[in-house]
Design a protein. Structure first.
Length: 277
């Protein structure tokens, strides 16, 4: 992995933490997530006519990714409704890289160095340590978080293969966000038109900022998947937890314990090991 790819992935992680902070701060987690996804879909729709179009070979992967990410978004909202995000978010993000690594090696035939495996293990252990630090989450929240980790691993693998077949990371990314956001907004307008419309009109600025953040974050990650092994990209993206801790401490004024600081340092160490792999 080159230094430029490494730095781009760190920036993508920062963007991911930023749009998650927007969702976390929302008064209604589901509507806030729909606001972010809907804004991303609108931005993607405006850019699609000017971008290269993905090859037809990637169409099945786009469709499957859409299903997985729509379910993922709804599950995120459901998880945050019943549990503490500071625990379940790390659990979701920390378990997924391990699943991606196992599947990419066992099913896709990718090969990782010993240093890469150590980096992945350190990041996963640090994030899991952060997840179980503090007051316990209800069992339902932990179960939902683990289920969602499977969906995260699923769309990571699907998109990693799809973007390589598409021939254009930009076109594939734009179609991904347009399809995901359009599905969520259409459902919201059919099921809860009045409530969602009121929320979107009141928080559209945050939605646009979050939409840019989520598009930039995943778009850069998809591009990186064409430059480095899937498992390494998936694990390095989880440094968003480190940026999330900084945002929570500096902007949201949350208390950060010693264990949480140690876990954040563990994530940074894992990122360095991946850089050296």
């Amino acid at each position: 992995m080159t230094l430029s790819v490494f730095l781009i992935l760190l920036f993508a992680a920062l963007l991911h933490a930023s749009w998650n902070a927007i969702v976390k701060a929302g008064s209604n987690k589901l509507y806030s997530a729909i606001s972010v996804s809907g804004s991303a879909a609108l931005i993607a729709l405006l850019l699609l006519p000017f971008s290269p179009q993905p090859a037809w070979a990637s169409a099945p992967y786009l469709a499957l990714s859409c299903v997985l990410q729509v379910v993922y978004t709804v599950l995120v909202a459901k998880t945050y409704q019943v549990s503490d995000m500071s625990q379940t978010y790390p659990l979701m993000r920390g378990t997924a890289p391990l699943l991606v690594a196992l599947i990419s090696v066992l099913a896709l035939g990718e090969h990782l160095s010993v240093m890469a495996w150590i980096g992945i293990a350190v990041i996963c252990l640090a994030i899991l340590g952060m997840a179980f630090n503090g007051r316990s989450s209800p069992r339902k929240g932990i179960v939902l978080a683990l289920i969602n980790a499977c969906f995260i691993a699923g769309y990571t693998l699907v998109d990693g293969t799809g973007v390589r077949l598409s021939g254009t990371a930009l076109g594939y990314t734009l179609w991904t966000f347009f399809m995901n956001g359009a599905c969520l907004v259409i459902w919201a307008m059919i099921a809860r038109r009045r409530e969602v419309s009121r929320y979107l009109s009141a928080h559209w600025k945050k939605g646009i900022f979050g939409g840019l953040g989520t598009m930039g974050s995943y778009g850069l990650a998809l591009w990186a998947m064409t430059q480095a092994p899937l498992a390494v990209v998936a694990a390095l993206r989880e440094t968003s937890i480190l940026f999330g801790a900084l945002i929570a401490f500096l902007l949201l004024k949350e208390k950060v314990s010693g264990m949480r600081i140690a876990a954040a340092c563990g994530i940074a160490l894992g990122a360095i090991l991946l850089r050296l792999a």
